[in-house]
Design a protein around this ligand. Structure first.
Ligand code: B12
Ligand code: SF4
Ligand code: SF4
Length: 231
């Protein structure tokens, strides 16, 4: 299991994870190089890298690997960078003993302090009948009045970080540790407007993490909040 810390700064109206270019671009390139490296060491084995697309629950696997704890906000919280980490995995035909990885850690929980539940803008962490705002901002089509009310309350056009910003395990000496990975410091956008989306050609748009549901989905959210702001 591998972790890619990504926190630089909080986004103004979008989640931190989407402020740089799409992390799948970084992880994909990293994973391809790692597979080649491992194949060089063990030519008769097979290696396959995953990030966000593995058949495993990546949060659970990272906890079993001893890299951190499982948070009540549903996220994996690493010892060093908190929950602002993307999780990667390498699956291999090489026996676990050959990696020195033949035992697993016990799954440990977080502080159970309840800060994430209190901060959750839709109440999803208190009542699973409510939608998670992150999923809601990524939902295609028309949103209901209730869903639009959640959008308005949060002001987010993409993703949600409320349960992570509230979590005390994400702060070391009062600050959220910044990522040392250069990729996440470049090509940043921390406030999305319809004018900004207009400036993106198809190739630039496709390199953003908010592109995967198509332009209409994020544009719907942006236009709704811009209209609401005017009225
Ligand atoms: C589908 C998906 C989503 C969906 C569903 C989220 C979810 N919680 O599963 C949506 C679009 C909502 C989403 C949102 C986000 N995601 Co996402 N997502 C995934 C994906 C692709 C699969 C997850 C999965 O299998 N879910 C299955 C369901 C059943 O899991 P679950 O809903 O958590 O349910 C379990 C627990 O919640 C628990 N449970 C059940 N009832 C209750 C009730 C309470 C009160 C509690 C506390 C728990 C609990 O039991 C359930 C079964 O195990 C993974 C990548 C992967 N392959 O693992 C990334 C992944 C989990 N996502 C990630 C990220 C970064 C996010 C966001 C932070 C992005 C953002 N800022 O908006 C948010 C966080 C939302 C949250 N608090 O969970 C990272 C998480 C990194 C980390 N440190 O943990 C992952 C691992 C991707 C990656 N490779 O880095 N995601
Ligand atoms: S991402 Fe937002 S809406 Fe989803 S569980 Fe966390 S705080 Fe709640
Ligand atoms: S805010 Fe508290 S309860 Fe929620 S994940 Fe962090 S430590 Fe756990």
């Amino acid at each position: 299991m591998l972790l890619f810390p990504y926190f630089v700064r909080e986004g103004k109206n979008l989640s931190c994870y989407a402020t740089s270019e799409d992390y799948h671009l970084f992880a994909g390139q990293f994973g391809a190089e790692l597979e080649t490296f491992l194949l060089g060491l063990y030519p008769s084995s097979e290696f396959r890298f995953f990030c966000d697309n593995s058949p495993l629950d990546e949060r659970h696997a990272a906890t079993l690997a001893g890299l951190g704890v499982m948070g009540d906000n549903g996220l994996f919280i690493s010892h060093t960078y908190g929950s602002f980490v993307f999780i990667g995995a390498v699956l291999s035909t090489l026996p676990a003993q050959a990696w020195g990885c033949d035992s697993v850690s016990s799954v440990k929980g977080c502080l159970h302090c309840g800060e994430c539940r209190r901060a959750c803008p839709t109440g999803y962490l208190r009542d699973r009948e409510q939608p998670c705002l992150s999923a809601l901002t990524q939902k295609k089509g028309t949103l209901t009045e209730q869903e639009l009310a959640y959008l308005k309350k949060s002001g987010s056009v993409w993703g949600c970080d409320a349960c992570q910003m509230a979590c005390p395990l994400n702060r070391k000496e009062g600050k959220i540790p910044q990522t040392p990975i250069d990729f996440f410091h470049k090509s940043r956008v921390e406030h999305i407007t319809s004018a900004y989306l207009d400036t993106l050609d198809d190739a630039s748009f496709s390199r953003r993490a908010f592109a995967w549901r198509g332009k209409n989905t994020i544009l719907r959210n942006v236009l709704y909040l811009e209209e609401d702001h005017k009225s």
